[in-house]
Every structure is written in structure tokens, then in C-alpha cells.
Design a protein around this ligand. Structure first.
Ligand code: ADP
Ligand code: DP6
Ligand code: CO
Length: 316
């Protein structure tokens, strides 16, 4: 028996990934840029055991279906040249399937734990490529702080890497509108957006340029540019989703309420920008000195977690 435990943190995209060019290899249409978060993470233990007759998967103490996990473990088994089945036990310190990127921390932690337990010693880049096969957003969660996922053109060239740290004291406020599971998973909805949204080609063209602009804005420590690009990438992704067939949005009334509050904050001179993922929850990007004022200007009654840049995936 060989075992390893890894922790990986979630990341929130400032420039979004939405849509696969190659679903089997998990190659995205566009590059994306993210911030790995300190306060949300997944711990996963993988044990390869020659006595097992099938893979087993437990999440937060409950037995789960293994189809997705087994397909991922097959990649690891192929790399390591082993046939042994595995016991996977995972704990999410983030709501599952709520649009807070549990699939990112999950597959980054699984990539590191499973490859280590299988005796592989992968480079961060190879780990990033492996994590990509489990969930696109996981590609970036191998790295701490800011990361860019280069879309690439094949398996070898589609990976993430860390971006230089900004001198800005970036903070992210996670405003919980609904911690429950989303009505449609990211995977299914992004495929439908690609297939049916007339806005999708425009999204691809604009978002790729936005990823490069974000790298420049981060290097220049230009917070208003970083914020504008962040809010616009999210808005454009949700516009493409809204224009799909059938028309759909993850937004709930409180999502819009918080977004309007953020716009009012800016009119009042507060540097705050909103970004929403595949779910109704809102993340607000701001700077440390403004956190208290942003919180005070939010609608009452919503749970808010203030977080900052978190570390890279690591073995425990
Ligand atoms: P999210 O917004 O949370 O990333 P997704 O729809 O992208 O939502 O992914 C949710 C799916 O990710 C879950 O249904 C499950 O299949 C998988 N997942 C979440 N947490 C874990 C975990 N700790 N280990 C393995 N898979 C996980
Ligand atoms: C809106 O990585 O969850 O959070 O690759 O199918 O597993 P799969 O989807 P997933 O999609 C994330 C979409 C997003 C934007 C982002 O994280 O870049
Ligand atoms: Co996800």
C-alpha cells in the first residue's frame, strides 16, 4: 500500500475559462488568469492498495460514485505503470458545486496526492497538466497567488504557471448568496454555451486579448485596470451563457443586488469590482485598506468571507 495526502486551494478566475476546444484532452478555447485563495481548500488522501477490486471514493465522509475519479486515476495509473485500485478520501473546506471552484481545489489535490502515492514525482507543470484532465480550473490551483493557464494547442502546451506577485494588497470578499449545489454543472453548461450561444465566438476573441491585458495590468500594479478587466470578463461570460439555447442564468436576485452595491461603491470612490462564476455567489476584488468599507456597503444578512492570496498545492 502506498499513500499520500495533499492540500490544494481553490482559485477564482479574474479572466475566466469557459468552453473546451477539446473535451477529451480538456483544452480550453481561451487562456485564463486566477487568484488562488487562502481560506478555501480541499484535502485529499489517496491510497493505492493491491487488495482492492475497484476504486473507492469518499467525500466529507460519504461514499460517492467513482466514474469521474476512476477516469482520472486511470491517467495516473498510465503515467506510473500500475494497475492497482485506490481508496480516495477527500474533505472540502469550500461548498461543493456552488460556484466557488470546489472542482479546482479537488482535482489539484487529487493530482498531487494520487501522483505522489503512485510514486511519481511530477514537476508543477506536469501536475498542472494532470489536474487539467480532472477539471479545467484545477490546472491553475497547483500554483499559489496569481496564475495564468495558457490555453495551448495540445496536451503538452496547455498548462498553468505562476505569475509574478503584485505589490498590491489584493483581497477577495466571497459573498455567499446560496451555498447549495448549482442547478447545472459547469461542464454541461459550458458545452451548451459553446454549442448554442451566438455570442461565444466574440467571447473567445475578446477573452484571449483580455488575458494578455490582465498580465500587463498585474505587472503594472494597475488596480483599476485589473478590476475592470475582472468585472468585464465575468460579465461577458454570463452574457454568453444568457444568450445560449435554452437561455439560462446562474444569477439570483441577491446576485444582482450585490453587483449593484459594488457599482454604487465605485461611484462613492471605493475600489471594488465584482466577479461571478458558475453559480450565484459574488466575489468582490478590492484592496486591504478598503475591506471594512466594502463590507459596510453590502446588503445586510449575507455571509461574507474575506480572503487573500493562498499557497500552492502541497503534500501534508
Ligand atoms: P464548482 O463550482 O464547485 O467547481 P463544478 O460543477 O465545477 O462546481 O464541480 C463540482 C463537482 O466537482 C462535484 O459534483 C464533484 O464531481 C467534483 N468535486 C467537488 N469536490 C470534490 C472533491 N473533494 N473530490 C473529488 N471531486 C470533487
Ligand atoms: C466559471 O473548471 O468547473 O469557474 O473543466 O468542466 O471541470 P470543468 O469546469 P470548471 O469550470 C470553471 C468555470 C469558471 C471559470 C474559471 O474558473 O475560469
Ligand atoms: Co468547477
Amino acid at each position: 500500500m502506498t499513500t499520500a495526502t495533499a492540500r490544494a486551494h481553490t482559485n477564482i478566475a479574474l479572466i475566466k475559462y469557459w468552453g473546451k476546444k477539446d473535451a477529451a484532452l480538456m483544452l480550453p478555447y481561451t487562456s485564463s488568469v486566477s487568484l488562488t485563495l487562502a481560506d478555501f481548500y480541499t484535502d485529499t488522501t489517496v491510497t493505492f492498495d493491491a487488495d482492492l477490486t475497484e476504486d473507492r471514493f469518499e467525500l466529507d465522509g460519504r461514499s460517492q460514485p467513482t466514474t469521474k475519479i476512476s477516469a482520472f486515476l486511470d491517467q495516473v495509473r498510465a503515467l506510473a505503470g500500475t494497475k492497482a485500485y485506490a481508496q480516495v478520501a477527500s474533505a472540502n473546506h469550500v461548498p461543493t458545486a456552488a460556484g466557488l471552484a470546489s472542482s479546482a481545489s479537488a482535482y489539484a489535490a487529487l493530482a498531487l496526492a494520487a501522483s505522489s502515492a503512485a510514486g511519481l514525482n511530477l514537476t508543477p507543470r506536469a501536475l498542472s497538466r494532470l489536474a487539467r484532465r480532472g477539471s479545467g480550473s484545477a490546472t491553475r490551483s497547483i500554483f499559489g497567488g496569481l496564475a495564468i493557464w495558457h490555453r495551448g494547442t495540445d496536451d503538452a502546451s496547455s498548462y498553468a504557471e505562476a505569475l509574478p506577485a503584485t505589490t498590491l494588497p489584493l483581497r477577495m470578499l466571497v459573498v455567499m448568496v446560496d451555498a447549495g449545489p448549482k442547478p447545472i454543472g459547469s461542464r454541461q453548461l459550458m458545452a451548451n454555451t459553446v454549442a448554442t450561444s451566438p455570442y461565444y465566438p466574440a467571447w473567445v476573441e475578446h477573452n484571449e486579448a483580455a488575458a494578455q491585458a490582465m498580465v500587463q495590468a498585474l505587472a503594472a500594479n494597475d488596480f483599476s485596470k485589473i478590476g475592470e478587466l475582472t468585472e468585464e470578463s465575468s460579465a461577458q461570460m454570463h452574457a454568453a451563457i444568457l444568450a445560449s439555447h435554452p437561455a439560462f442564468t446562474y444569477f439570483q436576485p441577491a446576485t444582482i443586488e450585490v453587483w449593484h452595491a459594488v457599482q454604487a461603491m465605485r461611484e462613492a470612490g471605493l475600489p471594488a469590482y465584482a466577479t461571478m462564476d458558475a453559480g450565484p455567489n459574488v466575489k468582490i476584488l478590492t484592496l486591504a485598506p478598503y475591506v471594512a468599507a466594502v463590507k459596510a456597503a453590502l446588503p445586510a444578512g449575507l455571509t461574507v468571507t474575506t480572503t487573500a492570496a493562498g499557497p500552492a498545492a502541497r503534500l501534508l
